[in-house]
Design a protein around this ligand. Structure first.
Ligand SMILES: Cc1ncc(COP(=O)(O)O)c(C=O)c1O
Length: 490
């Protein structure tokens, strides 16, 4: 069967997600112009304040300066389901941080007075909380600016330190950009890098990993939870396999896993682990790198300077951020382990993982009950707070545009800026059109059932509406198998 493309003339030309998002963003941050005249006098605390937070009504392209009645009625902002991009700071974390932004301002490296000592104590307490969360010794935790820096420091650091004898690195095709780019840089420096493929469910094949190991392999870097599809790699099994090969260091990018699923560096035979503050309800701009001391992992530091953090990361620490990350780790551990917390606490937060699993099931069953041809990308047993769904016969950008009451991503924050379908979905073998129609639903500690119900209803209505306008969908309804069509251009 030959069908001319002109039959598709009713569908809008394909635009990139980036162009759609950019239009929305431009209109959202535009000064209000004529609308300013109608701004009702604001309460004094709002005078002269430009409010740019993305409320739904603003995304409807209205004024960016809020009206008094808007502030007072607190119109809802879009529902936030983008927890892999970042998580909100837990109020308990903020409380812990505040003193270190005011009275307790000492430099934690000042050894001669109380200001320094109290900051140092706070830093060491935070280090302990992080270590406790991953079963590590507190001396093995190095503070960094985030998981990007930790990944760079670990992969480049180990590879460069051992470069005289070893010049091979192994990673996977579905790592975060900062891991892939660190490896690309090593490639430019003369290292060989093996990028392992993944199976259809997104996990690696252990036999392929074993085959890839060479006598000159120095570091294997495999992420714990994938940021686009939530797939959990078999870290414990990988650790056991690598333990049989002496002299290979095992690093994991656990930015999306720490505080979400149980991790233990000893059980998993991990030598290095990257952690990010803002993915676990802590502040942005802070992270950590676990570096095993026994047996000692040697790495070449990225920075030269005062020799702080065991000489591995020079520079004055930011105690408020460090304390924030520490408190986020303490709270996360509590959320993971305390089943019989005080009733009031249970009602407020319950257990993160159990709640998020329930909400994810609610989302998936709610959508599946009313929308056909939805595919979940990646292993169904992945992390439930990251659900990646493809909606066949719907253009991703139209869907994203129509869902402006929901803050969502169409893949990773980085890939959504490019025209290319996500490299992670491509590595799974997803067809290009399915990769283009995918959305990532990031559920977190503060997501509510009511929000999920709203999202489900919104998705059902929107997908139906978009499909009703799609000639492809009409053909599918007529029973035409689209794979038998020989498309031609004229
Ligand atoms: C898996 C993964 N690794 C690393 C990073 C980078 O983390 P950070 O923002 O702390 O540098 C991210 C953030 O998106 C991530 O999802």
């Amino acid at each position: 069967m030959i069908i001319m493309l002109s039959r598709l003339s009713r569908s809008a030309p394909r635009r990139s997600i980036a162009s759609v998002v950019n239009v929305a963003k431009r209109q959202f941050v535009q000064p209000s112009g004529a609308d300013r005249a109608s701004v009702v006098e604001l309460p004094s605390e709002y005078q002269d304040e430009t409010h740019l937070s993305p409320r739904a009504d603003m995304l409807g392209f209205k004024a960016s300066i809020p009206k008094r009645e808007d502030i007072l009625s607190m119109k809802p902002r879009p529902i936030y389901l983008d927890m892999q991009a970042t998580t909100p700071v837990d109020p308990r974390v903020l409380d812990a941080m505040l003193p270190y932004l005011s009275d307790q301002f000492g430099n934690p490296h000042s050894r001669t007075h109380a200001y320094g000592w109290e900051s140092e104590q706070a830093v060491e307490d935070a280090r302990k909380h992080i270590a406790d969360l991953i079963g590590a010794d507190q001396k093995d935790i190095i503070f960094t600016s985030g998981a990007t820096e930790s990944n760079n420091a670990a992969i480049k650091g180990v590879a460069r330190f051992h470069k005289e004898k070893k010049r091979h690195v192994i990673t996977t095709q579905t790592e975060h950009k900062c891991v892939l780019d660190s490896c690309r840089k090593l490639g430019e420096e003369g290292f060989d890098v093996t990028y392992l493929p993944v199976q259809k469910d997104g996990t690696i094949d252990l036999a392929q990993l074993e085959d890839a190991i060479r006598p000159d392999t120095s570091v294997v870097s495999i992420m714990t939870v994938n940021n686009e599809i939530g797939v959990i790699q078999p870290i414990k099994e990988i650790g056991a396999l690598l333990r049989k090969h002496r002299g290979i260091y095992f690093h994991t990018d656990a930015a999306q896993a720490v505080g979400k699923i149980p991790l233990d560096v000893n059980e998993m035979n991990l030598d290095l682990m990257s952690i990010s503050g803002h993915k676990l309800y802590g502040p942005k701009g802070i992270g950590a790198l676990y570096v095993r001391r026994r047996p000692r992992v040697r790495l070449e530091p990225l920075l030269s300077g005062g020799g702080q953090e065991r000489g591995l990361r020079s520079g004055t620490l930011a105690p408020a951020l460090v304390v924030g990350l520490g408190e986020a780790a303490r709270v996360a551990k509590r959320e993971m382990t305390v089943r019989n917390a005080l009733l009031i606490d249970m009602m407020r937060t319950a257990q993160d993982h159990a709640r998020i699993t329930e909400l994810a099931n609610r989302l998936i069953t709610g959508i599946n009950a009313h929308v056909e041809h939805v595919v979940r990308n990646g292993d169904v047993n992945g992390y439930p707070g990251c659900i990646n769904l493809s909606f066949a016969y719907v253009e991703g950008e139209s869907l994203l545009m129509a869902l402006k009451d929901i803050a969502l991503s169409s893949g990773s924050a980085c890939t959504s800026a490019s025209l290319e379908p996500s490299y992670v979905l491509r590595a799974l073998g997803a067809a290009e059109d399915m990769a283009h129609s995918s959305l990532r639903f990031g559920i977190g500690r503060f997501t509510t059932e009511a929000e999920i119900d709203f999202v489900v209803q919104h998705i059902i209505r929107t997908v139906q509406k978009l499909r009703d306008m799609s000639p492809l969908w009409e053909m599918v309804q007529e029973g035409i198998d689209l794979r038998t069509i020989n498309w031609s251009q004229h």
